[in-house]
Ligand binder design. Structure first.
Ligand code: AP5
Length: 217
């Protein structure tokens, strides 16, 4: 099963991709995670991406397309995958189609998580994570046992710089302008599955699984 997860920032792509990948036994690739690791490690990729990410802008297409080409060409996506956060522009979507075809592969579903803007701003302003073990917390739904400390290793929790409200609002604008057009691209390819992204994590998970199996629009 080759899937991609689409949706605005904070719609739950990462949360659900991890769970669905585990259930289906496929590889999960988050371009946001790869870029954040590169920024943390201070690699050339990280240095190129940092400024764009901090402002909530998209990193240039050529950088992302090369990154995904390396993963596909290197066989890193295994026998099935979930792409989380790629593609985000029409050139990325068109390149992905060509890259997969070049390896006799194609997409089975593009899952779109639908969540409204105010819910997203609320979710992202409550998001914290542990810089050591990457465990995620969210106020008020998933609070740590000790205020500001990770339950697993007691490290001080942090926020993503791009979760500040003004940056989140810019990320939403960027999504509407640059990423929403690819929803129609996948609708026209007849592989789009739209899922309501609100409700409990378990409810959304079940809806995503159902959509992956059945709903093709
Ligand atoms: P990326 O990391 O992909 O950011 P994003 O798409 O903005 O996604 P998020 O990680 O913020 O949200 P998500 O949808 O994964 O939601 P999550 O599950 O975390 O990209 C970051 C940056 O990298 C981009 O801005 C860009 O600069 C660059 N980049 C990445 N890919 C690129 C590309 N292809 N091209 C160019 N640039 C690229 O959930 C969010 C929060 O909500 C969590 O705290 C979670 O616990 C909570 N939550 C989840 N589900 C629910 C629920 N049902 N109810 C309540 N809370 C929930």
């Amino acid at each position: 099963m080759n899937l991609l997860f689409l949706g605005p920032p904070g719609s739950g792509k990462g949360t659900q991709a991890v769970r669905v990948a585990r259930r289906l036994g496929v590889t999960h690739l988050s371009t946001g995670d790869v870029l954040r690791e590169a920024v943390k490690a201070g690699t050339e990729l990280g240095r190129k991406a940092k400024g764009y990410m901090e402002k909530g802008e998209l990193v240039p297409d050529s950088i992302l397309i090369d990154m995904i080409e390396d993963k596909i060409g290197g066989g890193h996506l295994g026998d099935g995958f979930i792409l989380d956060g790629f593609p985000r522009t029409m050139p990325q979507a068109e390149s992905l189609k060509q890259m997969l075809a070049g390896h006799d592969m194609s997409l089975d579903r593009a899952v779109l998580l639908v969540v409204d803007d105010e819910e997203i701003v609320k979710r992202l302003s409550g998001r914290w994570f542990c810089p050591q073990c990457q465990a995620g917390y969210n106020y008020p739904a998933q609070v740590p046992k000790v205020e500001g400390r990770c339950d697993h290793d007691n490290a001080e929790l942090q926020r993503r710089p791009d979760d500040e409200e003004d940056v989140v609002r810019n990320r939403l604008q960027v999504y509407k302008k640059q990423t929403e057009p690819i929803v129609d691209f996948y609708r026209n390819e007849s592989i789009l599955a739209e899922v309501v992204g609100t409700g409990s994590l378990d409810e959304v998970f079940e809806n995503v699984l159902q959509a992956v199996k059945e709903t093709v629009k």
